[in-house]
Design a protein around this ligand. Sequence first.
Ligand code: NAP
Length: 247
Amino acid sequence: MRLENKVAFITGAAQGIGREIALKFAAEGADIVVGDINLQKATQTKLEIEALGRNALALELDVTDYAKLTEAVNKILDKFKKVDILINNAGITKDNLLLRMSDAEWDAVLNVNLKGTFNCTKAVSRLMIKQRYGKIINIASIIGIIGNPGQANYSASKAGIIALTKTTAKELASRNINVNAIAPGFIQTEMTAKLPEDLKQKMQDAIPLGRFGSPVDVASVCVFLASEEASYITGQTIIVDGGMVMV
Ligand code: NAP
């Protein structure tokens, strides 16, 4: 029970990697706030957490809307009185080649992935500063390190998250708040299910460990970073990609 009695707020936790982080954290003893734009699916995740014997709250939220986020944080405080851990996981893709990419595609991805991370960090870190305790984990991507054709918006947003992680870590370190990022490679979720089969095969061939990752591969590293075992780590980006990128 590495997260006993901690309260974790996880964005985009209705499905995929965020849902797996929520379930793994609950299994490690944490109470969970499932934040997602899709309340129906978020409520399903909440019920799964309660079945594990932990408390949970499902909140409908859009990480791009700062005013609504502060309302959400107030609801969390009403129920749990604190937030120990924030996982900035909500993210989207809208792929297109640079010359074809519309302003709308660029703005949507930057708004959810990068500004959403900024918004949630700002809304929750006020509280963590008062508590003199906090763990913030941002879900970036290896694409933010190596780039990828067709993902100018996504790669820029994820590179931005890695830089934001470093600055936030430096600003909050003196308040006993650790801020780290995880850069997953190819993880099997609904986000990657829609990719063409030939591209998937090409990607699998480029993975030294020879398999795609599963959400639990990311969630396990998240548990470590949120636990006291990682209390001397801050400002880092941990790559979880089966060896695709070695820096
Ligand atoms: P996913 O299955 O699409 O789940 C993302 C969740 O976030 C969905 O429930 C989605 O709701 C929700 N969401 C979208 N926009 C939101 C918003 N504005 N506010 C709140 N919630 C919102 O994706 P995933 O594969 O689990 O990815 C999770 C994170 O890992 C993302 O940041 C992604 O970039 C990152 N990542 C994934 C991979 C991978 O291979 N899967 C690799 C590297 C990094 P809707 O479905 O209703 O939109």
